[in-house]
Design a protein around this ligand. Structure first.
Ligand code: DQA
Length: 142
C-alpha cells in the first residue's frame, strides 16, 4: 500500500508556527518516524501553499491511473473554504482522510466548517502530529 500525505498552506512552517497550537516538532521528524514505523509502506509527501497545486497533486494520485492507495490530507485553512479541493477529492477514486493537528471543533467557529469533510472517508483531528499516524492506521484498516 502506497500512501500520499498532502499538507496545505502554512504547514511548511510546522515546528515554528504557533507552537502552542501546532507543537514544536517539524513535519520532517514526523515523516521520519512514520517511515520507520511503516517500513513496508511507501509514504510520499507533498506540501504546497497553493490551492491549484494541491488539486493537481490529488489528480496525480487518482487520475487517470492511481499512483497511490490512499491520501492523508491536511488542507489547512483551505479545509474551510475550498470547494475546488472538495471537487478534486470527489473526482478521484482514492480514499482521502481529512487530518488536523489541532482540534478544530474547539477553535473559532469558522474552523468548525469543513467543505472537504463530506467527500472524505473520515476525519482525524486534535492529536497533534500523531493525527497523521492515526490517519495512516485508518487507511490501512479500510
Ligand atoms: C489545521 C487547522 C486549520 O483550521 C488551520 O487553518 C491550519 C491547520 C490543523 O492542522 O489543525 O492551517 O488544518
Amino acid at each position: 500500500m502506497k500512501i500520499l500525505i498532502i499538507n496545505g498552506p502554512n504547514l511548511n512552517l510546522l515546528g515554528h508556527r504557533e507552537p502552542a497550537i501546532y507543537g514544536s516538532d517539524s513535519m520532517e521528524s514526523c515523516l521520519r518516524s512514520l517511515r520507520e514505523r511503516y517500513p513496508d509502506t511507501p509514504i510520499e509527501y507533498f506540501q504546497s501553499n497553493h490551492e491549484g497545486a494541491i488539486i493537481d497533486e490529488i489528480h496525480r494520485c487518482g487520475y487517470p491511473e492511481k499512483s497511490c492507495d490512499g491520501i492523508v490530507l491536511n488542507a489547512g485553512a483551505y479545509t474551510h473554504t475550498s470547494l475546488a479541493i472538495a471537487d478534486a477529492i470527489a473526482a478521484v477514486d482514492v480514499p482521502v482522510i481529512e487530518v488536523h493537528i489541532s482540534n478544530v471543533a474547539s477553535r473559532e467557529p469558522i474552523r468548525h466548517t469543513s467543505l472537504i469533510g463530506p467527500v472524505c472517508r473520515g476525519v482525524i483531528a486534535g492529536f497533534g502530529l500523531d493525527s497523521y499516524r492515526l490517519a495512516i492506521e485508518a487507511l490501512k484498516a479500510l
